[in-house]
Ligand binder design. Structure first.
Ligand code: GL2
Length: 792
């Protein structure tokens, strides 16, 4: 390994060791690890071709990969070797690892799920490709200026991305605009704009190197030769114009989480990567098959949300316009290939494109969508329309073009049947199924939490890393005082490290013996960070009223970004920071209560925070969080959850035991009913002296003396609207927090509860989730284990 790293320092970076920087060492290490991936990767590709196995294609506009070096080394079984080699070269391994920028090609849970799925597909040995966009700028970077969020462009690609292989020869012409001509029953799309999609491949190697798949990301380029004529005329702008226009498509990740950007560029991005991916998989299919009717036997395509839903009409277009199939038959073939995952019920997140825009950007697809709509309504009179109020409803389109539609937690899947797709579900009662989300134990325990991971491996061996249910064996240890002490010591080690990091990043001193209470996720009203900060103020009040009381010291930790245009979310961020300033400087509450909000939450920060958390905040309004996956990461790492009956919280609570979970709040059903009561929020506030007092302080400017009116709008909305029922759940949440305080005071009692969480979270491995998709949706399986029988 050492020699391999030195080889790359010399021959790939053109440096000598004495003059190499941290960056050089990191790239050399990455290239050395990448070399070790290649043989696994080739072997997997060969075996896939040789066995004629079915391939899975995961289409996702987001892949939130984070850093890769530790993960890649771990999966190759080279984590220790890599560290030793770097240290033997006189370098600081931690510093090198931390030099890598996050590949932040996603917004949140949806994108991170795609990354976990790639890891599980490779670990399970299922032949698969992830397809997405190689954004030049990933999710924006967040800074705080006077407590307010400020966004700057993310720039990961200004450095070399050592993991990928550029494939200039893999390129497709993607068309936009123009018009359609019809001759003798044949359609001809005369487009007005073309861009090239070119491929960049990153190998994804499963645990212990058993199998390698590919993450293929598309970059947009101009199709024509450089415009030398304009250049020679001195018109440099004109000369660069077509390149700049084309590149725009893969330039930025849309920074909105769960809301529809509603922009022409977004539609173009969606079509660009979907069309390129389908052309690519069709080329692969046709290279060794000639019967298009057998496509569904060899190809499974999963749509991660509606973002790639144009796949339905696009594949129909290729089959009909390029390969000459009849429309109804093409629709049936495509349906048998496609699965669609729904990730949200929020109406603003269900994509809808104006027919005018669709006609302008994708005229042929609009015709095909009309044909699909017609075909479906002929077969199912009274069916909902795909095109409604002059908008193409991408959810309906995805549903109708998929043979299976899945939700991402048991509760969410039921709500999908009852709400967004109620009518379509009546027509196709077996189409909607559930696949509860999962997380990869490789990144989210083995790599991110070494103290706990080592302890578990010492106790039960390392089989758990690829078979997480083995953690169940730890249940026996919940009465073993010595083991619990070690379990606690692992947590404490992580907390000490985190406290140090908090001092460096936020300048705040926190006590590692205080309870670390963490809420990290996108800032959204339904996730109710507002309720958390209001509860923080209420607790602050009570401690100040009785400073000598028997309080349980807490550190409230927040992390998360708000979409740049989401005004209310940005106000909530500002409020949290204002409250932090006031409380952290209060000598009365001192170490009993601290609030920290490190900026720029990302995958790497999650890997630091989660292993050190005692309490996981999963407090969304019931019925709103489709699943959540952070909730799983915390519980796996031995944090207890305070949460509502929402998303996967419901199933987590069933697995870890109700006695090891702090439940509060209205149920999804009760939420619906409460909303119908006139003036429910005002009534709840008036019934809660504690909440009234907190809101009064905020309105009086206690946390913003320089601008007393700053939060009047925010608080006013709570009184008059409070769509997410912060006011109604507040007291129940406050009371649950006090139960948490009491429980935390018994160190071994708490450790036993925490251990029960770790021990019973095995089911939430994304390996289990992927096995479910493979069995119920894709009908695909590993090549090297004799196919589906082994995993069914
Ligand atoms: C989300 C859901 O909000 C979240 O609850 C879920 O865990 C993930 C993954 O299924 O998907 N839906 C969505 O649009 N985003 C999510 O994170 N951005």
């Amino acid at each position: 390994m050492k020699d391999e790293i030195l080889h790359h320092i010399r021959y790939s970076l053109g440096k000598d060791a004495e003059h190499s920087s941290v960056y050089d060492w990191r790239i050399a290490l990455s290239l050395a690890l990448r070399d070790r991936m290649v043989d696994h990767w080739y072997r997997s590709t060969r075996e896939t071709y040789a066995s004629n196995a079915k391939r899975v294609y995961y289409l996702s506009l987001e892949f939130l990969m984070g850093r890769l070096v530790e993960d890649m080394a771990a999966n190759l079984g080279l984590d220790r070797e890599a560290r030793h080699a770097i240290e033997a070269l006189g370098q600081d391994y931690e510093e090198i690892v931390h030099d890598e920028p996050d590949a932040a090609l996603g917004n949140g849970g949806l994108g991170r799920l795609a990354a976990c799925f790639m890891d599980s597909l490779a670990t399970l040995g299922i032949p698969a490709y992830g397809y997405g966009i190689r954004y030049e700028h990933g999710l924006f970077e967040q800074k705080f200026s006077d407590g307010k969020q400020v966004e700057t462009a993310e720039t990961w690609l200004t450095q070399r991305h050592a993991w990928e292989f550029e494939r200039p020869e893999v390129k497709y012409r993607i068309q936009f605009g123009g018009h359609v001509e019809h001759h003798e029953g044949k359609a001809r799309w005369i487009s007005s704009e073309t861009v090239l999609a070119t491929a960049y491949d990153t190998p994804v190697i499963g645990w212990k190197g058993t199998w390698g798949n590919t993450l293929r990301l598309w970059s947009a380029k101009a199709p024509g030769a450089f415009d030398l004529e304009s250049f020679n005329r001195g018109d440099y702008l004109a000369a660069g114009r077509s390149e700049a226009l084309a590149r725009t498509i893969s330039r930025v990740l849309y920074p909105d989480d769960t809301t529809d950007a509603g922009k022409q560029l977004r539609l173009k991005q969606e079509y660009f990567f979907t069309a390129a991916s389908l052309m690519d998989l069709m080329r692969r299919y046709l290279s060794d098959h000639d019967d298009l009717r057998a496509l569904p036997d060899h190809v499974a395509i999963q749509l991660n949300d509606t973002h790639p839903a144009i796949a339905g009409p696009e594949l129909v277009r290729q089959l009909v316009d390029v390969h000459g199939l009849e429309m109804p038959e093409a629709i049936e073939i495509v349906r048998n290939c496609l699965g669609y995952t729904n990730h949200t019920l929020l109406p603003e997140a269900l994509e809808k494109w104006h027919v005018g825009l669709m006609a302008y950007v994708l005229p042929r697809h609009l015709e095909i969508i009309r044909a699909i709509d017609h075909d479906h309504r002929e077969r199912h009179p009274g069916s909902p329309r795909i095109i409604e109020h002059d908008h193409v409803q991408m959810g309906e389109l995805a549903f109708i073009m998929a043979h299976k539609v899945n939700g991402v937690s048991a509760l969410h899947s039921e709500l999908v049947k009852e709400t967004v797709f109620e009518d379509l579900h009546k027509i196709h009662p077996t189409r909607i199924i559930n696949q509860t989300n999962g997380i990869t134990p490789r990144r989210w325990l083995y790599t991110c939490n070494q103290p706990l991971s080592d302890l578990i491996t010492r106790e039960i061996g390392d089989g758990w890393v690829a078979d997480l249910e083995q953690l169940k064996a730890l249940n026996e240890k919940s009465g073993d005082k010595a083991f619990l002490a070690e379990f606690q010591a692992a947590k404490r080690a992580n907390k000490v490290q985190l406290a140090q990091w908090i001092r460096q990043t936020c300048g705040t001193e926190v006590n590692p013996d205080a309870m670390f209470d963490v809420q990290i996720k996108r800032i959204h009203e339904y996730k109710r960070q507002l309720m958390n900060i209001l509860e923080t103020v209420a607790l602050w009040n009570e401690i100040r009223d009785n400073p000598g009381g028997d309080w349980t010291p807490r550190v409230k930790i927040f992390g998360g970004k708000a979409a740049p245009g989401y005004h209310v979310a940005k106000q909530i961020i500002h409020l949290i920071n204002d409250v932090a300033t006031r409380i952290n400087n209060d000598p009365v509450t001192g170490d009993l209560l601290k609030v920290v909000y490190p900026p720029n939450y990302n995958v790497t920060m999650a890997e630091n925070l989660i292993p050190a958390a005692d309490l996981s905040e999963q407090i969304s309004t019931a019925g709103k969080e489709a699943s959540g996956t952070g909730n799983m990461k915390f519980a796996l790492n031995g944090a207890l959850t305070i949460g509502t009956l929402d998303g996967a919280n419901v199933e987590i609570r069933e697995h870890v035991g109700a006695e090891n979970f702090f439940l509060f709040g209205l149920t999804a059903q009760e939420v619906q009913e409460r909303r119908l009561q006139h003036g429910f929020a005002r009534a709840a506030i008036e019934a809660s002296p504690r909440l009234s007092r907190v809101l009064g302080q905020i309105v009086d400017g206690v946390f913003c003396p320089d601008e007393v009116t700053r939060y009047h709008e925010l608080v006013g909305n709570l009184y008059d609207h409070d769509y997410f029922l912060v006011t109604c759940d507040f007291d129940s949440y406050f009371d649950a927090q006090r139960r948490v305080d009491v429980a935390y005071r018994s160190k071994t009692g708490w450790a036993a509860m925490a251990l029960k969480n770790t021990a019973n979270m095995g089911w939430f491995s994304s390996d289990r989730t992927i096995q479910g998709y493979a069995r119920d949706i894709w009908h695909a399986g590993p090549v090297n284990t004799g196919g589906m029988e082994k995993i069914a």
